[in-house]
Ligand binder design. Sequence first.
Ligand code: NAD
Length: 437
Amino acid sequence: MKNICIIGTGYVGLVSGAGMADFGNSVICADIDTSKIDMLQDGGIPIYEPGLKELVERNVNAGRLSFSTDIAASVKNAEVVFIAVGTPMGDNGEADLKAVEAVATTIAKNLNGYKIICTKSTVPVGTGARLEALITREKESDYDFDVVSNPEFLREGSAVKDFLIPDRVVLGVSNEHAGDVMQEVYRSLFINETPIVVTNVPSAEMIKYASNAFLAVKISFINEMANLADKVGADVHTIARAMGLDGRISSKFLHPGPGYGGSCFPKDTEALVYTGEQYGVDFQVVKAAIGANKHQRDVILAKARELLPELKSKTVAILGLAFKANTDDVRDSPALEIIQGLEEAGAIVKAYDPIASENMKKFFLPDLDTRESVVETVTDADLVIILTPWNELRGLGLEDLKEHLNAPNIVDARNVLSVDKLKEHGYNYRNVGRSNI
Ligand SMILES: NC(=O)c1ccc[n+]([C@@H]2O[C@H](COP(=O)([O-])OP(=O)(O)OC[C@H]3O[C@@H](n4cnc5c(N)ncnc54)[C@H](O)[C@@H]3O)[C@@H](O)[C@H]2O)c1
């Protein structure tokens, strides 16, 4: 088992750090955000992620997991250093690697023995080579190091399970020794016969982008099918189910909605297109998926206008702000653009999310009128729009809900409500690909 340091204690760094500690490694999670580390040292968890608190507690109590703001000391203590800082979208769609490079420089300055430096952040192909050159240039000792790529595939909302029982682990290495050390880090999974793909660094870097871009294409594809289904009286759920029964297609990621969001697909698809341009490769399919995704926000706004042609001074209740259920992450959430579109049209917006309201106000919409419950939010509303498929919203009592509304209008942008029940209770409704069944 290995001494590990993870730099960047966000959604990925914290879950991976706690997960690797659970595999038996000794892990320090480091971050420059002192409030985050203070909170973790006090037993708090800075993000909402089911099962994370228990995983962190278990490993802290076992003495395998600790937290630090002293990045230099954490690097010096480790044989394997993971970089898990953010790689947000830069000006031209490219991945902004400033934080990754800052961390790599700190690692170079604190190289006190042979180390493996592993990118867990999503970084464009070629970054491994770039970091190797940077660290060689910046290091102040003669110690050797290897740069490894170990992209992360966890999904927010089920991150703990995804990390502990992954579909696969991808290791991009440039020599056998680095591969052996990385397999030791993941030894528990190795024993469990989790597929471990060992390849070179550029392939590993590309696997992450290829996977995310493919899933984004799948979502945009089914959204376009849903848009046609709406026009012709077909049911997209039945279409998706029947498509998914074909083993070559699979039923996963064929759920229509307001378009993908979150901290990964939007930026990773743009970054892949940018990388393609650098190499003279035109990613036409991915570009089309990005365009269709942007358009899907307008599709939802158009559905709102179908039910309420004049939005000015009308009250719209937004149910769900997180980009998906079971997370507090609102980065690139469809709710952002849809709320902005409604407000531009003069609507009065009230919003509710079981977990993510605080983040939406803190990071993006400080003036948003958020409420503490569904009932409070929908009271006197002229239109309800469901944007996140939280279980709480799946279970909405439609009869009771109607009593609170000014008018029984619902856009169910996640198809969580029963069409039969909506009809039974006399709602005017739109959903995505099932409105005319
Ligand atoms: N969130 C996901 O679902 C997910 C899944 C797979 C891969 N990824 C990738 O993982 C990476 C991290 O994503 P995230 O969602 O965990 O981001 P995040 O914003 O939640 O966390 C990043 C952390 O890095 C810290 N940080 C920034 N600069 C630093 C520095 N110089 N030194 C130390 N710490 C620093 C920040 O304070 C923050 O706590 C990204 O590249 C992302 O694309 C994310």
